[in-house]
Design a protein around this ligand. Structure first.
Ligand code: C2O
Ligand code: CU
Ligand code: CU
Length: 494
């Protein structure tokens, strides 16, 4: 298929040859030079004085995403991205984060319920050369969460260069479900991140006006740090836990043969029941936990379908068409030729969620997502995107919630594009989208919700065990260029 690509235009891939600089996403066989699928190293911590201790170091590195070309990167205990931290619900953990980057950064625990001072947001800067200690008890349910830089106005750039990693939380009780759960064997982590490169192989992160508006989109997608890898699966029933770790790109995921898969979990853990689907939308920061039947032994490609941005009207929809963002492309190839029978299965019911009654909410707040109109947007790059008419201010508290309480938050999007809205320190439930119940696959625990144009989304948030009169938590759009562009606010839990 020919790609139409107005603003980016120019270079198109020639069979098997990497084309750098602006160009379209793969109109050639990207899998030709079989690149090996990379599983992020597992790090289970060291037990010490009843705690699990993890030692992390932010460092500079170098990767060879393209043969013969070097890319300067940053990573955690490695050149690019970080290890997958595995822990159990109930563990007391202690994480030492040493920053050896040469500049300041932070490490945020995305999706965790934890004390505000341990959250790793913009208030917990780790100066170059320093070590930050984050200690808390894991109270989240079994799930895949992640960690990433949350440096004020620098999050987009730092995550782009590699400051992110996964966390897997286990619960012993879930063992009896018999789901595939052997890391890297039949339980495969998948981090999707699109990137642009310069001709010399270096990352290309330009924030001209169109990129500021749409967020940075890349013309290559890294899967755990590898462009279009091939995974040779070992088991005929394989679980994929997918993180959209991209700065701004939404995906509409599915398989090349449209085969069905079972969605078993969302951001915050397992669903009550699996949901069978063949396409699913994933916004930046969202995770999805799926199980795929590969017993036919055929090669299949995990791909992006057209339509990830949802509704395509309005200025931003038009821009996304013009920038060639909403196209179909391949992500990774799955080769199951040598896969053997699995003794795992997906039960008809998974876990029970507590029943939350909206009547128990003690406060109701509105969050109106918008952007500055006219020339306002040109003046200050960190004051373009707004929540309730304001851009992020470290010295302003936007809301004060009570510890051990429920609230209903209404996310109102009358802006010209879709925003993924994320709240720290909670796994919430979506009550309704424009008055309607969310689809089954979104009825699980979430920390990030897609807010489409012209929608009102009610979520029920719970703030559990922690309070702090001084340090706030963040809520924000998880398009990182929007977050850096001001679309973030702060709340205290007291
Ligand atoms: Cu994924 Cu405020 O972060
Ligand atoms: Cu977060
Ligand atoms: Cu946004």
């Amino acid at each position: 298929m020919k790609r139409r690509n107005f603003l980016l235009s120019a270079a198109t891939g020639v069979a098997g040859v990497a084309v750098l600089g602006p160009g379209s996403l793969y109109s050639y066989d990207i899998f030709k030079n079989e690149r090996k699928f990379a599983v992020p190293p597992l790090y289970e911590g060291e037990s010490k004085d009843g705690k699990k201790v993890y030692n992390l170091q932010f460092q500079k590195g170098e990767m060879e995403f393209f043969k013969g070309l070097k890319t300067q990167t940053i990573g955690i205990n490695g050149a690019f991205l970080g290890p997958t931290l595995r822990m159990k619900k109930g563990d007391a953990i202690k994480v030492n984060v040493k920053n050896s980057l040469g500049y300041d950064s932070t490490m945020h625990w995305h999706g965790f319920e934890l004390p505000a001072a341990m959250d790793g947001g913009p208030h917990q800067v780790i100066k170059n050369g320093n070590t930050w200690k984050s200690e808390f008890t894991v109270t989240n349910n079994a799930s895949m969460l992640w960690y990433h830089s949350h440096m004020l106005h620098q999050t987009g750039l730092q995550v782009y260069k590699g400051l992110a990693g996964l966390v897997i939380i286990d619960e012993d009780e879930n063992k009896k479900l018999n789901l595939p759960d052997e890391y890297g064997v039949d339980d495969i982590p998948v981090v999707l991140q699109d990137r642009n490169f310069n001709k010399d192989g270096s990352f290309r992160y330009v924030t001209a006006m169109p990129e500021r508006m749409m967020g940075i989109h890349g013309n290559y997608v890294l899967v755990n740090g590898v462009i279009a890898p091939t995974l040779k699966v070992k088991k005929k029933l394989t679980r994929f836990r997918i993180l959209n770790g991209s700065n701004a790109r939404f995906y509409l995921l599915g398989f090349s043969d449209n085969r069905k898969f079972k969605v078993i979990g969302t951001d915050g853990g397992l669903l009550e029941k699996p949901v069978t689907m063949n396409q699913i939308r994933l916004a930046p920061a969202e995770r999805i936990d799926i199980v795929v039947d590969l017993s036919d032994g055929k090669d299949v490609v995990l791909k992006n379908h057209k339509g990830a941005l949802g509704e395509n009207e309005g200025m931003m929809g038009m821009m996304s068409q013009r920038m060639g963002l909403d196209i179909e492309f391949d992500l990774m190839k799955i080769d199951s030729k040598n896969a053997v029978k699995s003794n795992r299965s997906v039960p008809a019911s998974l876990v029970k969620h507590p029943k939350w009654d909206p009547k128990d909410a003690v406060a109701h707040r509105d969050f109106d997502l918008n952007m500055r109109g006219g020339m306002g947007m040109m003046s200050d790059p960190h004051n373009i995107f707004l929540i309730n008419g304001k851009s992020m201010d470290m010295n302003r508290i936007d809301a004060v919630a009570k510890k051990n309480s429920f609230e209903i938050w209404t996310i109102i999007n009358n802006s010209d594009m879709t925003h993924p809205f994320h709240v720290h320190n909670t796994q919430f439930k979506i009550l309704s989208i424009n008055g309607k119940k969310p689809p089954l696959s979104e009825q699980g625990f979430k920390d990030t919700v897609i807010s489409d144009r012209n929608t009102k989304t009610d979520i029920m948030v719970q703030f559990k065990d922690y309070s702090d009169d001084k340090f706030p938590y963040m809520f924000h759009c998880h398009i990182l260029e929007h977050e850096d562009g001001g679309m973030m606010g702060q709340f205290l839990v007291t």
